[in-house]
Ligand binder design. Structure first.
Ligand code: HEC
Length: 104
């Protein structure tokens, strides 16, 4: 038996649309905190990565905080981030970690 393939895709789409929730399924990315704008010059818009500068969008929150502490303590090889890291308070780092963990 063959299915009426010319009808089925439309019917399936209509079904999916009718089942779609009215609110977004996934949480929206946070609004960038103003301090995150200083990262964009090197890491690209929303931390997407640019040239040899690594992507930080979607960075795991806990890993972010650990990486940051390692930069600060000069325990992680860095050309610049060790110096950048010292310019932010723990509260600001928490804000940055929250934000970059939510961007894709
Ligand atoms: C002057 C350029 C510059 C600025 C500004 C900058 N970064 Fe970086 N970042 C780098 C570079 C280059 C690296 C790679 C490590 C290194 O060489 O220092 C890096 C690495 C990182 C890493 C580690 C990525 C990995 O591969 O694990 C994180 C996290 C990070 N940056 C976050 C930030 C955040 C958040 C800001 C803004 C507060 C920021 N950076 C601002 C240049 C920059």
């Amino acid at each position: 038996m063959t299915l009426p393939t010319s009808v089925l895709p439309g019917a399936a789409l209509a079904l999916v649309l009718s089942m779609a929730p009215h609110s977004p399924v996934r949480a929206e990315a946070l609004t960038p905190p103003p301090i995150a704008l200083s990262c964009a010059g090197c890491h690209g818009p929303n931390g997407a990565g640019e040239g040899s500068v690594p992507r930080i969008a979607g960075y795991d929150r806990q890993a972010f905080v650990q990486t940051w502490a390692a930069f600060r303590a000069n325990e992680r090889p860095a050309t610049i981030m060790n110096r950048v890291a010292r310019g932010f308070t723990d509260a600001e780092v928490a804000q940055l970690a929250d934000y970059f963990a939510t961007v894709r």
